[in-house]
Design a protein around this ligand. Structure first.
Ligand SMILES: CCCCCCCCCCCCCCCCCC(=O)SCCNC(=O)CCNC(=O)[C@H](O)C(C)(C)COP(=O)(O)OP(=O)(O)OC[C@H]1O[C@@H](n2cnc3c(N)ncnc32)[C@H](O)[C@@H]1OP(=O)(O)O
Ligand SMILES: NC(=O)C1=CN([C@@H]2O[C@H](COP(=O)(O)OP(=O)(O)OC[C@H]3O[C@@H](n4cnc5c(N)ncnc54)[C@H](OP(=O)(O)O)[C@@H]3O)[C@@H](O)[C@H]2O)C=CC1
Length: 518
């Protein structure tokens, strides 16, 4: 059997979502580890005043592509952006581009999706389900297509505790839902959304489950692989450790904790934190593309599902994540922290509410008061409100456990040559979590916040200043409370004098014993 790189040699690959977090890593890895790949067609839309061409040029300038640029400065010649808005009929691809794609594409990687947890159902359905359906129709017109790889999520079936590598019956017939939402006003859709999504926490997981069903329906006509990653985090090894470029999932939580803003969050210390590094997901995706294509004639007509998770193989827990994130940010602090990093997770609702009041709202109120008094615009309460909204949406995932069967991941690994196992490594047994989390935190600092590592001494100095402010504040508060208390109660006064005299006795004892030993 050809090696993975040999298989991709001379192939034309179509990628959706290439400008996103995972799409970029996929493009980079294909160019670097499969240098003979012929052309990467990227479906991209113009956005924020930039044409699709400008967006792709910007993307290729990013640091992620440094290694590819070193190996092949002309790598951009292999990239062909195709204008496409996935929410439009026929994906808004021009007839000439359709012609071009149908005549030459060999493999499709479908990464595009809306991953927002608060997306209105109609829009999530449009992008995650209808666009997938349209892409599948396009795929069927392709004369040389060998594999269609769909990126789903391990949480598509999060209403179940144990999740096998199968496609479960959809919560509703996708076509029926599409037809009924078409004529409904947005306000009605908003009202019925909680009833529709049922036990799922958001429209994202719901529409991703529907998308899997839509994909499966085409599996008799196309060779399909479905990748279900869990919580995708920074890169583990490639192209360098710690690559991350967004606030999604745990990254925003880590940053908020590192900045000393987030002090408490609802999460289960003992629940498995099913994080998976982005490079692992991409290596598995490329290997699955190769396997699906090579075995396309021998497969039964069913899509092969790969649960791409770590929990069953190399488990790590939210409590451990908290510990390592905190110690990492103490060693490598973020600039201009609001307070010293000290976040705690708790599964107790009341405890969490108490700490939100004491450690979030109270300091925010004081800081906003200070800003107001100094003639500036108050902002801290607004930041906290946004933070509370974001963590409120994540808590569902950090408060419970799921069990994923990942046999297909092991099966795929067993089919790789020793060389491919190194080049496209997705063996998460080798993952050293403390080291990974350290690099992840440094990655958020360097690549998300664009902070310079040379500023770490100044950031440490800032933390020492914050510590001193806290000590001073606590001491003043203690003295103030005791003074007020002592003035009113004889018993408190007696305790106060007792404690003070005890301290004096200890001091004189230590002074005397140190004089004797000298
Ligand atoms: C010590 C810690 C211990 C930790 C332990 C606990 C950790 C728990 C973590 C659990 C994670 C679970 C994730 C589960 C993932 C499921 C997997 C997937 O399939 S799917 C993948 C997972 N999918 C997701 O994770 C999606 C979740 N995200 C959302 O749904 C939305 O972003 C939102 C509703 C949270 C906020 O909506 P909205 O208010 O409309 O705000 P916008 O979005 O419009 O952003 C506006 C601006 O703010 C920026 N920014 C954003 N967040 C943060 C932040 N935290 N901070 C700072 N900044 C942040 C953002 O960059 C933007 O900047 P700019 O571009 O304007 O310059
Ligand atoms: N990140 C995670 O933790 C996980 C992600 N996944 C899945 O992985 C895939 C990729 O996720 P990720 O990279 O994190 O997501 P991102 O949000 O970073 O990227 C989404 C991509 O989809 C594109 N896209 C969105 N809307 C449209 C549209 N209307 N027309 C054309 N393109 C569009 C975006 O393009 P543009 O730049 O123009 O917005 C972007 O390239 C998704 O399918 C997601 O469900 C699964 C599990 C976990």
């Amino acid at each position: 059997m050809a090696s993975i790189a040999d298989y991709y040699a001379g192939k034309n690959v179509l990628i959706t979502g290439a400008t996103g977090f995972m799409g970029k890593v996929l493009v980079e890895k294909l160019l670097r580890s499969c240098p003979e790949v012929r052309t990467l067609y990227l479906l991209v839309r113009p956005k924020a005043g930039q044409s699709m061409q400008e967006r792709v040029s910007d993307m290729m300038k990013c640091k992620l592509f440094d290694r590819v640029r070193e190996d092949n400065p002309d790598f951009h010649q292999k990239i062909v952006p195709i204008s496409s808005e996935l929410t439009q009929p026929a994906l808004a691809i021009s007839p000439e581009d359709v012609e071009r794609l149908t005549s030459c594409v060999n493999i499709i990687f479908h990464c595009a999706a809306t991953i927002r947890f608060d997306e209105p159902l109609k829009h999530a359905l449009q992008l995650n389900v209808i666009a997938t359906q349209q892409l599948l129709s396009l795929a069927q017109q392709m004369h040389h297509l060998q594999a269609f790889i769909h990126i789903s999520t391990a949480y598509a079936n999060c209403n179940r505790r144990h999740i096998d590598e199968i496609i479960y019956p959809p919560p509703v017939e996708p076509k029926k839902l599409i037809d009924s939402l078409e004529w409904m006003e947005d306000s009605i859709v908003r009202d019925i959304t909680p009833r529709l999504i049922g036990e799922r926490p958001n429209t994202y997981t719901y529409t991703k489950a529907l998308a899997e069903c839509v994909v499966q329906r085409e599996s008799s006509k196309l060779s399909i692989g479905i990748i279900r990653p869990s919580i995708v985090g920074a890169s583990w090894q490639e192209p360098f450790p710690g690559w991350i470029d967004n606030f999604n999932g745990p990254s925003g939580v880590f940053i908020a904790a590192g900045k000393g803003i987030l002090r408490t969050m609802r999460a289960n210390n003992d629940a498995v934190a099913d994080l998976i590094p982005v490079d692992v997901v991409i290596n598995l995706t490329l290997a699955a593309g190769w396997y699906t294509a090579v075995h396309r004639l021998t497969f039964p007509p069913a899509a092969l599902v790969y649960n791409c998770t770590t929990g069953g193989i190399n488990p790590f827990h939210w409590g451990e994540i908290e510990h390592h994130v905190m110690s990492s940010f103490k060693r490598n602090p973020l600039e201009q922290a609001f307070r010293r990093p000290n976040a705690n997770i708790t599964s107790n609702y009341l405890m969490n509410q108490y700490w939100i009041l004491v450690s979030h709202k109270f300091p925010a109120l004081i800081y906003d008061l200070y800003l107001r008094l100094s003639g500036q615009k108050p902002q801290m309460m607004r930041i906290f409100n946004r933070l509370h909204k974001a963590i409120g949406l994540l808590e569902y995932f950090s408060s419970q456990d799921w069990e994923w069967n990942s046999e297909n991941m092991s099966m795929l690994m067993s089919h790789l040559s020793p060389e491919d196992r190194k080049t496209f490594n997705f063996d998460v047994r080798q993952l050293n979590w403390p080291e990974y989390i350290e690099n992840y935190c440094i990655g958020t600092k360097k690549y998300v916040l664009n902070e310079d590592m040379s500023d770490i001494p100044a950031a440490r100095q800032h933390l020492r200043k914050l510590r001193n402010i806290r000590y001073t504040f606590n001491t003043l508060l203690l003295v103030f409370i005791w003074r007020v208390f002592i003035a009113r109660s004889q018993m408190a006064r007696n305790i106060w004098y007792f404690v003070v005299s005890l301290c004096f006795k200890f001091l004189s004892y230590f002074r005397a014993s140190s004089t004797l030993t000298n």
